[in-house]
Each structure stands twice: as structure tokens, then as C-alpha cells.
Design a protein around this ligand. Structure first.
Ligand code: CBY
Length: 431
């Protein structure tokens, strides 16, 4: 009699547990939803300068079996390594190590053939040295320093835990651009600190108790800052930082409680952006893909190959790329300004569908003295390095900020499509 009363109760309990358990599995259910990302990565040309390592890392983590593409990417990386590791920034090298070493792939040997860990140790030291001589400013930035620590930690390189503790305090200015916390940077730091944390625990060094506690506290505070950047639509920071924020939150579930983050909502928001074509450059697709499959960069040195939960995704026949209609050539006109202390403006006419860069090029033709500029190729496309002969500098934390209607853009000059009547600006700024 008693038992028969309890049975429905037990049933109810089990039933009520199921939904919450399901919620913890936060990855795409329909594999076709990630096809736009795969197509972007597969169909790209991968000429020098694009972020090949990022794409390879992402494909390996996703368990994508496309040997032709894999070989192409590995060739490109090997070329980069052979022709000059010295030309690579610390973070670029860290990404190469992560990509080559991902999931026990046979290419891991390249890391040791070319002594890449050793090279990275030196580059990390140079970053620190630069901070000591240049007012705490690294050669690159904290996103790259985090990648460095992550790669050194995952591949048994040398780094000092004390240095990590000294540098990665969440109040450090390098986590911020202006007054804004950089979600991308914070997320990468959480991944790095998680790795350091785990290896300290594994090593069971008692004297490290203090460091361990500090690293835990840093992580907690960074996770709070990341969660405070949650938007109403579920994105964290912006479209392009959300995938990395998800990775950071996946490895930090002990640091926030269930009510603070609805992973499904974030996943849905990212999938919406994916279907809108927001991740249309390879690096954007590569950075968001692992999280959609429930993976993180910490899975890189798992002892098995990185097979996704529901088996390998085999994409020998990718879906055809969506062909964008030819741009209508009807001209549009925008207002373009360069702001240093004064503002220099011009009305510029460009074909409809043009990107920011086209506006800058047109303005330069109109008045070279005022609108001349230089740029360099980055993994995200062209990055503006100087305007009117005034150069951005990492040592001074200065850069040329892009704005529309007074608001900072979340895309670079090569991607942002301008609109008729828009007020575009490049502004001499500090971060
Ligand atoms: N990657 C890096 O080293 C870059 C790290 C990163 C945090 C990066 C964003 C995040 C990422 N996921 O890759 C970053 N940007 C940094 C560090 C910087 C600074 C670069 C100088 C330095 N110290 O290394 C700086 C100057 C603050 C910066 N980004 C400027 C800009 C603007 C560029 C304008 C120009 N002069 O050309 C711009 C356009 C913002 C603006 N309104 O001016 C900008 N960044 C943007 C939009 C972005 C996003 C790109 C998104 C896109 N679709 O194009 C970004 C993903 C990224 C690249 N920056 Co920065 C951030 C985001 O929106 N989520 C490692 C290396 C190995 O690849």
C-alpha cells in the first residue's frame, strides 16, 4: 500500500528531473544548422594572412572529416612555420600549436619538429617584458596572452604560475577597451585560467594553495563580468564574442548558478545569427562553431580524437553556397569624417552595397592629404593602422575607432556594409 503511493511520487520526481538534465546538454540538435558555418570555412580561399589555424582548430574539435581541406590548411600552416616563426605574433603561434596538437592528430609531431613550444615560451616572455617597459601594455593584447597561457598549459610548456597570478587579475586594464569589458578577452582568460587551475590541482603542489585560491577568485569574477554582458536576446557581448563566452561558461558551471544563464536561449540566438549569415568570414565561423557542438578549446588535448557526441560529422558534399545577388550599382551617398581633435568631413558617393573601406578609398581620392590611410591584413580582414599619417600603437593603446552615427561598429572596414545617408567616422581613440 505504501509502495504504491510512493511510485507515482518517484515517477514525478524522475520526470521533473528530465527537463533540467536535458538543458545541460547545450548543443545543436539539427546538424544541418551548422552547415552555413562549414560552408564558409570550406569554400574560403585561405590565401596567406587569413586565420588558417583558427579554422583547422575548429574543424578538428568539431570532428569534421574533410581530408582535402585538412591537408590544405596544414600545408599552409607548415609554410608559415617554415618561413618564419619570428613573423608570427604570440597568439598566432599559440593557435597554430592548438590546431596542430588538437585531438592527437598525426600533425602533432610538427610542434616538436619545429620546437614551437619553446618559441612560444620566448614570445610569451617578450609580451611580459614589453609590459614591464611600457606601462603594463603587452606587445599584442590580453586575448593573445590568454591564448599563450592556454597553449603552454595544454602542451606542458614552461610558464610561471606566479606571473599568471600577477598579470591576470580581473581588474587589470588590459581586459577593458575604454570602459568596456572585452567579453572575448575575458572568455579566453577563463579558458586559460581553467587549464592552469586544473594542472595545479593535478600536480598537487601544496605550496600553490594561495595561487590556486587567487586563480579561482579571478575566474569567478571574470565569469560574473561575462554574464553581466548578457543581452536580452541571449547573446553575450555581441554576435562575435558569444561563442567564446559560451566556451568559458561551459567550463565554469561551478561558478554561477542555473538561473544566471540560460544556455538554450544563447544557443538559439547564435543559430538565428548563423541563419542570417552573420558568420560569413572564416574566422567568425571558426570561433563560434566549437561552442555550438558543446566543445571548448580545453578539449584540445583529450586523449581521444575529438568526435562529437553524436558521431563524426561527415561533409564530403557541402551544400551549395548561397549566391548573393549582384549588387545594384545605384549610387548611395554617406557622410564620412576623420576625427582627431578637429573633424574633417566629406560627402562620399559609393555604389549601393559597398563596405566602409570603399568609402575610405573614395575619400582618399577626393583629398589625399586629409583622408589618406594605411591598413594591414588581419585575421578579421583589413585593420586600419594610420589615417592622415597618424599611427595606432599598442604601446600607447591608441587606435582608429570606427563609428556610425556616433556608435562604435562591431565589424571591421572590410565587412561593414554602409547605408545611404549614414554618418561614418574614423576617430583617433585610446582603449
Ligand atoms: N586576436 C586578436 O589579437 C584580437 C583580439 C580582440 C579582442 C578580438 C576583437 C576578439 C577576437 N575574438 O578575435 C580585439 N578585437 C582586439 C585586441 C582589438 C585591439 C587591437 C590592438 C591590440 N592591442 O592588439 C583594438 C585596437 C582595441 C581593436 N580590437 C580594435 C577594433 C576596431 C578596429 C578598427 C580598425 N582600426 O580597423 C573594431 C572595428 C571596433 C571599432 N568599432 O572600431 C574592432 N576591433 C572589432 C569590430 C573587433 C571584432 C571583429 C568582428 C568582425 N566581425 O569583424 C572582434 C571579434 C575583434 C576582432 N575586434 Co577588435 C570583437 C567583437 O566584436 N567581438 C588573435 C589573433 C591571433 O587573431
Amino acid at each position: 500500500m505504501r509502495q504504491s503511493h510512493q511510485l507515482p511520487l518517484v515517477g514525478l520526481l524522475v520526470f521533473s528531473l528530465i527537463p533540467s538534465q536535458l538543458c545541460e546538454i547545450c548543443e545543436v540538435s539539427e546538424k544541418k544548422d551548422i552547415n552555413p558555418l562549414l560552408n564558409t570555412m570550406i569554400n574560403s580561399k585561405y590565401t596567406r594572412g587569413t586565420s588558417v589555424a583558427n579554422v583547422l582548430l575548429s574543424l578538428e574539435l568539431a570532428g569534421i572529416q574533410n581530408q582535402i581541406l585538412r591537408q590544405k590548411l596544414i600545408e599552409e600552416i607548415t609554410y608559415n612555420v617554415k618561413t618564419g616563426v619570428s613573423d608570427l605574433s604570440s597568439g598566432e603561434l599559440a593557435l597554430i600549436i592548438l590546431a596542430l596538437g588538437a585531438c592527437r592528430s598525426p600533425e602533432e609531431t610538427l610542434i616538436y619538429d619545429y620546437q614551437l613550444i619553446n618559441e612560444l615560451e620566448n614570445k610569451f616572455q617578450e609580451e611580459i617584458k614589453n609590459m614591464e617597459t611600457h606601462n603594463d601594455n603587452p606587445l599584442t593584447n590580453y586575448y593573445q596572452l590568454s591564448l599563450d597561457v592556454l597553449a603552454l598549459c595544454l602542451f606542458d610548456g614552461n610558464y610561471s604560475t606566479a606571473e599568471v597570478v600577477r598579470r591576470f587579475n580581473p581588474e587589470n586594464k588590459n581586459y577593458y577597451f575604454g570602459s568596456q569589458f572585452s567579453v572575448d578577452t575575458g572568455a579566453m582568460a577563463v579558458l586559460a585560467l581553467t587549464c592552469v587551475n586544473r594542472s595545479l590541482i593535478n600536480a598537487q603542489v601544496k605550496a600553490d594553495g594561495g595561487d590556486l585560491m587567487k586563480i579561482n577568485n579571478y575566474k569567478k569574477s571574470l565569469v560574473e563580468k561575462i554574464l553581466s554582458k548578457k543581452e536580452r536576446n541571449g547573446l553575450i557581448g555581441n554576435t562575435f564574442s558569444t561563442g567564446e563566452a559560451m566556451q568559458a561558461l561551459f567550463v565554469s558551471s561551478d561558478y554561477y548558478n542555473e538561473t544566471e544563464w540560460n544556455c538554450q536561449e544563447t544557443l538559439k540566438a547564435v543559430l538565428n545569427k548563423t541563419s542570417e549569415g552573420a558568420f560569413s568570414i572564416p574566422i567568425a565561423a571558426a570561433q563560434v562553431l566549437p561552442a555550438l557542438l558543446g566543445k571548448t578549446y580545453l578539449d584540445v588535448n583529450k586523449n581521444s580524437s575529438c568526435v562529437s557526441g553524436s558521431g563524426n560529422i561527415n561533409i564530403s558534399t557541402p551544400e551549395p553556397v548561397t549566391v548573393t545577388l549582384p549588387e545594384s550599382q545605384s549610387p548611395i551617398s554617406v557622410n564620412y569624417s576623420v576625427r582627431i581633435n578637429e573633424t574633417y568631413s566629406a560627402n562620399v558617393t559609393v555604389p549601393d552595397g559597398s563596405v566602409f573601406l570603399a568609402v575610405m578609398e573614395k575619400a582618399q581620392k577626393i583629398n589625399h592629404t586629409i583622408f589618406c590611410f594605411t591598413m594591414e591584413e588581419s585575421s578579421w580582414g583589413p585593420y586600419i593602422t594610420s589615417v592622415q599619417g597618424l599611427w595606432a600603437s599598442n604601446n600607447d593603446r591608441t587606435y582608429w575607432e570606427l563609428l556610425s552615427g556616433g556608435k562604435p561598429l562591431s565589424q571591421g572596414v572590410g565587412s561593414y556594409v554602409v547605408h545611404n545617408g549614414e554618418n561614418l567616422e574614423v576617430r583617433w581613440s585610446t582603449y
